[in-house]
Structure formats: structure tokens, C-alpha cells
Design a protein around this ligand. Sequence first.
Ligand code: NAD
Length: 541
Amino acid sequence: MNPATNLIVTGFMGTGKTAVGREVAARLGREFVDTDHLIEQRVGRSIPDIFEHDGEAAFRAMEAEVCRELTRPRNLVIATGGWTLGNPDNRAALEAGGKVICLRADSRTLIERLGSAQGRPMLRDPHWPWRLRALLAQRMPTYLSFPFQVNTSRLTIGQAADRVLGLWDILNHQTDADSVPLALPVALDDTGYSVLIGHGALDWIGVLAAALGRPTGAAIISDSTVAPLYARRVAAALEHAAAAPTGATGLATPLLATMPAGETHKTLSTVTDLYAQLLAGKLDRGALVLALGGGVVGDVTGFVAATYMRGLPLIQVPTTLLAMVDSSVGGKTGVDLPFGKNLVGAFKQPELVVVDPSVLATLPAAEMRAGLAEIVKAGVIGDPALFERLEQGRLDDVAWLIHRAVAVKIEVVQSDPFEQGRRAVLNLGHTFGHALETLSDFRLRHGEAVAIGMVIAARLAARLGRCQPETATRIEAALYRLGLPTKVPDYPAEAIWAAMASDKKKQGNRLRFVLPTAIGQVAICDDVPRSAVLEVLETAE
Ligand SMILES: NC(=O)c1ccc[n+]([C@@H]2O[C@H](COP(=O)([O-])OP(=O)(O)OC[C@H]3O[C@@H](n4cnc5c(N)ncnc54)[C@H](O)[C@@H]3O)[C@@H](O)[C@H]2O)c1
């Protein structure tokens, strides 16, 4: 990184940009620039006065002008206004010469801090706390799109400055600091988290975890296959962050808790065993849990993090393609019971998801294909361009595929975080898929079962006139081209129906199906006649 690179501190009002920025500048011996202050100096009036007499548009124009002047690396610490970087041109201008660290705080903290502040135009409204939450929710996607975040809730200015400097220090020492991970925001009202995607992102975990909070300890939960491959590297990243002068000491000696690999271990007894390992490691409620593995580890660890001592913060570090594009995002966690899959669980949103596509190098080809099935699913649900790329067999840029598939998942999850309606679209192929998985005694991988499930759903849609026959043909051909199974296994149609009927996705007495209506569009159908389903299953070859 250029030694003169500017350090830019941004964030919502009340997160501490100016005070923290000034402290950071003093400690680095750098000049401090506050864009709001610069504008006030130039105009000779306060920001509230500019807003009141000239209007917001005039203020935003001045702000843009200031940003255009700050594009070069000049060894500065710059604190921006709360919404300066909401304008993409301002963001591009400042990022040309610097790296942004976004300060965040929960809305309760912000309301406490701002309650005693004077002079902000918004605070004159008696309903300002409600307005503040609404504004924060509206702006959250932008704040979450910065890969480097420091949560300043419950921190003094000095502690927040420590965290910013800790991040800055590691950014400076990171050899690939110019290829920072991409951050996709998952905004859930006035809070949320980011999905970071980037080659080498595993090595960033320490600094990212340290910036999130001051954990009293940390546990990496992984399985018997993934732990020997990557746990040491993740532990080293945590230890590295703890060793920095401003480091988070709780990350110093992370506990490694393991479970046997595979769906058959996604059980309550594994959960109990993991609780025992965390207790033996003396992890308390202030500890951080990292789920390092595929969807099974993610689901089990998420459930453990949701329930151990009534809940610990969680970072998802998915290592299968399926987990990267699907299970690590959205907060659904849980385990299987002897009566069926995922019958016990909890919604547990992570604090962060860290996706490092380079770990896919060790993933067996069959698991890779299973993940591709979920990417096809994402394309069918909401991204025709993604589907077309898969249809052409273009797998060269896997980070792009992950990015696009995660974006589809995020869009759906944001619209329905607790699966009360639209989120069911993500179950495309799953009603049939889960039944086939169960009937095969889990010899069929989840992704493989979903691939066959999508073929059946597409044929059913075509049969019911819900999509063009060509749509069904394209879905089947794309899956086949990617090496996924498309042939319905030889179970009696009635047995598949019975297995589906015991699945929890049933609504009352009716089975619910997600059917493609076009590439990039699906519908949730509760009125599919049993006879039509059985016909499709019976005529399937
Ligand atoms: N929570 C959700 O929203 C959600 C969504 C979709 C699927 N799921 C769940 O996800 C599970 C399936 O996940 P999965 O397909 O990732 O299976 P998995 O977790 O069993 O992983 C597959 C195998 O790959 C190994 N592995 C993982 N990463 C590896 C790597 N980088 N290199 C080498 N080996 C590696 C694992 O040890 C395992 O043996 C199912 O239980 C399913 O119900 C959950």
C-alpha cells in the first residue's frame, strides 16, 4: 500500500467519526481533515444553518466538491459526513487516494449518544429516535458495503481508535492490501452484516473479528475433514490479530472444537458434544464462535452459537461451494432428527460471513458439483445472466459465480428474514430434493438431490402450464452439462410423495411447491394437484 494512502473514517451520525478520526490522526502524526468542518469553514456557517437556508442539495454539492479535492494520497486522516459516501462519485473520489474504515454502532447506542447532542437538524423532531432508526435502516446497505468495519458501541473514543489503528496496521502489513475482499451487505432493518468474498480472505479473519468486538475467547468449530486443512490458518489469523499492540487478546488462543464430517452427524448428539467441548474450553457468553466448514458445520455451529449460554456471536466461514452461496447466509441453522431433516433449529444471523474461494481447491469434484446446483437454483430464482453462464458451462471465474448467487440469496433473505412468505422461493427443488435425500438414506448429496428436485419442479411447472416447455428443458440441460444428476431415482412415486408429505415444508394438509415460471422467476404454489405430481414422477425417466 502506498505509504501516503489516506485513512478515511466514515459512518452514520453518532458512530464517532470525527472524535475517533481526530484521535487516530494524532496517534499517527497525520493531518486530520473533517469534510463537514471544511465546508463550514469555507461557507462561514454551520451545517444546520446551510441545511436550513440553502437546502440539502446545496450542501451535497459542496460536499462533492470537497471530495473531488481529496482524491490524492496525501497522508491524511479524513472523517466524512454521515452520508458523504452514499454518493458513489464521492466514494470513488475518496477511495482513489485512500482506504475506508466504516464505523458502526447499534441504534440503541446511537440514540443514547445523540440524545445529549445539540444542533443536529434531525434532533429537533420530537420523534427523532424513530426517524433515526428508519434512516439508519435505509442507509445500512451502503455502510455494510465497506469491507472494514469497526463497531464502536460500548467503546470509548480511545478504544475505538485502537480498533481503527489495529485494522490500519494489518492493512499496511497485508501484502495484498490492494485486493481487499468485496463486501455484499445483508441489511436487516437497522442492523445487518456483510458477506466478504475474496481470494485469501481466510487470512483476514483475525482483523475482521477483532474489529467486530472484544471477545473474551474464541472457538473454531470444524469437522474432521476441514479442520486439518484450514483450522490452523484461521487460528493463526486470530492469533496474529491478538498479538498486534492494539489487538483483541480474547482471540489469542482459539479453541478448536471438532465434529465428525457428514450429514449423518448433523444431530442433537453432536450439538451436545460441542457444548461439552466449549464448556471444557471455558468459553463464556463473551466468546466468539467461528463455523469453519460446509453446510453441515455451518448449520450445527449456528445452532450451537444460538443456544450455548443463550447465544454467542457467530462468524460463518464456509468452505464448500454450497455453503458459500447458500447455507452461510440468511441465518437458518439447525439439525436433523431421526424423523426428518432440519426439524430442530433457530434463526441465528452471523456477525459476518467470510468467503475465500481459494479453499475450494481441496473440495472434491462431486461436492463442487453439488454447490453448482445451488448456483443454478439462484440463477433460476433471480439471475438470468448467471443462469446463462452456467448453461454455457463457463466456470472460469468462480468468485463471480459466488458473488452473483449470494446476491440472489441476500435479496430474498432481506425481503423475508424469518421465512414468512417469499423466502420459500429458496426451496426451489427442495421439496422433492429432501424427499429423495431421505429415501436414499443420504447417499445422494444435498446438492445432487436439489438438482433432481429442480428437474422435477421444472417438468411439473411445464405440465401445469406455469412455464414454457423450453424453460424446463434449459434447466435440465444446464444441470446435465454441469455433471449433475437429472434422472429421477427409481423410487415408487407414492414413496416420494409420502416422504414429501412428512417434510416440514408442508403447509397444513397441502404440499407447497416452488415452480419456475421463467429463467429468473419462480412462483410459490399451494394448489398443485397430487395427481399431477404423481404423473410427473411416474413418467420421469
Ligand atoms: N442453513 C441453510 O440455509 C442451508 C441451505 C442449504 C443447505 N443447508 C444444509 O447444508 C448441508 C449441506 O452442506 P454441504 O453440501 O456443504 O455438505 P457438508 O458440510 O457435509 O460438506 C461436504 C463434505 O465436504 C467436506 N469439505 C468441506 N469443505 C471442504 C474443503 N474446502 N476441502 C475439502 N473438503 C471439504 C466436508 O468435510 C464434508 O465431508 C445440508 O445439511 C443442508 O441441509 C443449509
